[in-house]
Design a protein around this ligand. Structure first.
Ligand code: WTA
Length: 690
């Protein structure tokens, strides 16, 4: 198949396909104003990338760190440690403060410049907060926290809706050296409770209510319920978001606005060691217990700042619009720390893409003249389905870069985004990264890298992705006897290869540990392929050396860009009194990328009305909503007499995955299934014939 630029092309499978290559977008092409940071072609990217890896790269990183950040104590060592010991450190003898870098230095230079553009749930009801105002709020809240006894190294949990105060809360913690743990406000009281207890914080910051899509959310009531079982929590700071009625626990609860009125609006910045923790963020892994991923100060902030600068080609005066929630890593890095470290304005979007109409994003872009727009494939697919007429007619001429993150973007969605939102003028950057990587890992560079819809293209500075033969070398319980492979994961060299994605060189924003569980950190990321960082994703490298991310190869699933663990959903279901066993799988879904399917067997003594199975499955869905949150609710639950298992009793999720995917006639060798008749039952249940 010939392509726009005339060369043969592949989709990463090594097969010729209809995938086109798009040259550098007109708004970033040679001669464009502002001049792109990296350009004008692939060679300029390659030359820049070469400096950031391998020999001599320490000097490159040192220069970037000095140019990009303000250090209170300059570093003399650039890095130390490696993957085999998991003791990675960057700029370890330097000191700096993240709030100083994100707020003070810009407030001193230009106090009236916009820092936060708060697009509240009701269109037109938000406001813009200048760097000067942000500094005042951050200092005030920092003093409030200090007054409540929070000190450097203490943890603070934050459970807030998407108001601009959320950014101030993160920065107030950073200012005084407290480690924040933001919990996405869609999590249930039980999930919040577990996360608060795991990091043993004494203070929780929340709001009376939240507002989203015209609906009120009883945020404080959820915190009240969670905190009942959090013995360490002494104080709850409550932001007045709606003024709605709340229950009040005297002595424990304090109002944000009342407390802040009592304290001075300046608070000195705590000098932090580059390797001091900045935050904990819980994410799902392949076991039931969420992992408290820990990011540190200097390296994290540097990569947050550099990726915003280079991946989104940010220039002074830009207005950066990341539509994520601050409760996830994308919100941390690309709503708060990255844009603010660059001194540009960042949008805090409280609403949904469809409230009050599916034109909401585009009205927002036009209203604030947003220059970079960063969203997820699930939103793009939804808006595409709802129709291009919602996009046309809005002035989107301010946009230069459109980003995508969270899951693979299908070429159709990419094309729609490019044509209807970008109008063929903008760079589309499909950015691959993870909570653990802290910042973008594989991505196009807007002024330099031609793009292919569906490919995240090339590594960011400092990264050396490698593709491993999926069948070799993984040090798991199953393969440990094959000791010969343990030290030699098979790296697939060259192009046209497919396998498991690992990262070969440590980068500054890599997570340093899992909170209070360094062994799990080593086991999860460092041990599977010794000497490399294991991503858990499958990937291919095509004939041009471009990377295509295929999705998770472990038990993590991705629903609307939300990362969920099948084991976590299984543990939620098993807590129901009637459930004996359960298997949760992810199946592809046109809109949400993947959807959760659950197979459940019941305890023999549990009785229910088989004619009203719907009542029971509803109860089970509620169970998941209660233990994790609404976003983890299974799309479909099947009650079955048994699950397909091996003779040793291991549940064969592969079989259920294939059946749900409509590949029930390609199950392959079933000789290891203990009771093959159950496979037929499951097929019929899924087909609706039983
Ligand atoms: C997936 C979100 C394909 C991937 C920043 C990864 C992607 C997981 C992409 C991390 C992309 C993220 N293309 N897949 N551009 N970006 N993923 O920790 O499976 O919430 O491992 O971080 O999302 O999800 P997390």
């Amino acid at each position: 198949m010939s392509t726009e630029n005339g060369s043969a092309n592949t989709n990463g499978n090594g097969e010729a396909s209809a995938i086109k290559t798009y040259p550098v977008a007109p708004r970033l092409a040679e001669g464009a104003q502002p001049t792109p940071h990296v350009g004008p072609d692939l060679d300029s990217y390659k030359a820049a990338h070469a400096k950031s890896v391998g020999e001599g790269s320490d000097e490159w990183w040192a220069e970037q760190a000095r140019k990009t950040l303000a250090w209170s104590t300059p570093f003399t060592t650039v890095r130390s440690g490696d993957f085999s010991t998991g003791n990675i450190a960057w700029f370890p003898d330097g000191a700096l403060n993240v709030a100083y870098n994100c707020v003070d230095r810009h407030a001193f230079a230009n106090p009236d410049a916009p820092a936060l553009i708060y697009e509240a749930d009701e269109p037109g009801s938000g406001r813009t907060i200048s760097y000067g105002e942000l500094l005042s709020e951050v200092c005030g809240l920092a003093n409030v926290l200090k007054g409540l006894g929070v000190r450097k190294g203490d943890t603070v949990s934050i459970y807030l809706p998407m108001t601009w105060h959320a950014a101030a809360a993160l920065l107030a913690c950073a200012r005084i050296g407290a480690i924040h743990s933001v919990v996405f406000a869609g999590f249930s009281a039980e999930a919040l409770r577990d996360r608060v207890n795991d990091c043993e914080c004494r203070v929780v910051i929340t709001s009376d209510e939240g507002k989203r899509g015209g609906k009120s959310i009883a945020t404080k009531a959820i915190v009240d319920q969670a905190v009942k079982e959090c013995p360490k929590v002494e104080k709850v700071v409550v932001l007045k978001r709606t003024g709605g009625k709340v229950n009040w626990v005297e002595g424990r609860d304090v109002w944000w606005d009342e407390e802040i009125a009592k304290v001075p609006r300046f608070c000195p910045c705590e000098p932090m060691g580059s390797e001091d923790p900045l935050f904990i963020l819980y994410t799902s892994g392949s076991t039931g217990k969420p992992k408290g991923v820990v990011h540190t100060t200097g390296g994290y902030l540097l990569c947050a700042a550099l990726t915003v600068k280079y991946v989104f080609d940010v220039h002074p005066g830009d207005r950066f619009g990341c539509m994520a929630d601050v409760g996830w890593i994308t919100g941390h890095t690309y709503i708060v720390y990255g844009p603010l470290a660059n001194g540009v304005a960042t949008v805090i979007f409280e609403s949904t893409p469809v409230y009050p109409t599916p034109a909401r994003y585009w009205e927002t872009v036009a209203r604030h003249k947003i220059t970079q727009f960063y969203s997820a494939p699930t939103a793009v697919r939804l808006l595409r389905r709802l129709g291009s007429h919602h996009v046309s007619g809005h002035d989107l001429s301010s946009l230069r870069v459109l980003g995508s993150v969270g899951e693979p973007i299908n070429p159709e969605a990419w094309e729609w985004y490019n044509e209807n939102v970008g109008r063929g003028q903008c760079a589309v950057v499909d950015t691959f990264w993870q909570t653990e990587t802290g910042s973008i890992v594989v991505t196009p560079f807007p002024g330099a890298v031609p793009t292919k819809p569906g490919s995240a293209t090339v590594p960011f500075f400092g990264h050396t992705p490698v593709i491993l033969d999926a069948m070799s070398g993984k040090a798991s319980a199953l393969t440990f006897l094959l000791a010969v492979y343990l030290t030699s994961p098979q790296i697939l060299e060259g192009n046209n290869v497919e396998g498991v994605l690992a990262l070969a060189t440590p980068w500054p924003s890599i997570a340093r540990t899992i909170w209070q569980d360094h062994a799990r950190y080593l086991d999860t990321y460092m041990k599977p392929y010794p000497g490399l960082f294991y991503t858990g994703d499958g990937a291919a490298r095509d004939a041009d050396g471009y990377i295509w991310i295929r999705g998770r190869v472990d038990d993590v699933i991705n629903v609307s860009g939300h990362r969920l663990s099948t084991a976590e959903i299984e543990s939620a279901l098993i807590m129901h009194k009637g459930v004996a066993e359960t298997a949760v799988i992810g199946a592809s879904d046109e809109l949400t990328g993947q959807a959760v399917y659950a197979f459940v067997t019941l305890k023999p003594e549990f009785s229910y009305d088989p004619n009203d199975e719907g009542a029971l499955t509803k109860e089970l869905v509620l169970q998941v909503r209660k233990v994790i949150g609404p976003f983890a609710a299974p799309k479909k639950i099947y009650i079955v007499p048994d699950l397909p298992k091996t003779r040793s009793g291991k549940i064969m999720r592969r079989i259920m995955r294939k059946i749900v995917a409509g590949e029930g006639d390609q199950l392959g060798d079933l000789s290891t299934v203990a009771d093959p008749s159950i496979v037929d039952v499951i097929k019929r249940r899924v087909a609706g014939t039983l």
